[in-house]
Design a protein around this ligand. Sequence first.
Ligand SMILES: [Zn+2]
Length: 278
Amino acid sequence: MKKYRILVLSIMTIAIIIIFTSNPMSNLNKGTGLIGNIIKQNEQSNDEKEAKDNKVNDNSTKEKNKADQKEILICIDPGHQEKGDRRPEQVAPGSGQTKARVSSGATGVSTKKPEYILNLEASMVLKHILEGKGYNIVMTRESHNVNISNAERAQLANDKNAKMVIRIHADSISNPSKTGASILIPAKDGKYTTSIYEESSKCANLVQEKMKNDGININGIFERNDLTGFNWSKVPVILIEMGFLSNHSEDQMMSNPEYQRKLMQSVADGVEEYFLTN
Ligand SMILES: [Zn+2]
């Protein structure tokens, strides 16, 4: 029994020595310090997580925008066709006034290329760029040997529920020195086009802005109330006059594939800006 008493006493003594030689406050601090560090680490990883989450949100917003673009249908109308059709059609729904259904367009003074060929070339470039951006595209024509009137082209976009129509043309005028692109839109006070004026105008302005930034010679945006293709449209519409076939150098420039890409890239960027900001 004595042995045990000594053993118990020694254990107690050792325990007392340990308790008194250690610094309980510092141990407590050490403990809370450790807890503090754990809390800090948690906060940090929460911050990191939040930053990551924000990044994911940013990306998913972009992805969402891109996904939204895929729902958007754009109609591209390469102006004119191989053979014009002089038969009359109403310039607007219910109008007593008529115009030729469709013409073959102008011809390049230097290239001798007919406008309907140039228009389709550029339109296919535009189609490719817009599809690359995720838009759905419907073309009024993809060949030259067709007979689709201007009113029918507008109605095609209406029926397909397109969100924008882009008509591609080239200008021609008796003054051979005149150059530059133009954008035509339905007139604000046009009897048939009031409801599509505002969106057409917004889109045209954004396209014009991109063209200017890309160094393209642009004469401005012009309202028209006399175009059959505008008057029948229930869809906002812009018409790009790419330049003048009646000017030697501009005619050649418009047939240059590099210039076509540059010009159509500006148009596509402007249209994309319109859909991303509307
Ligand atoms: Zn034309």
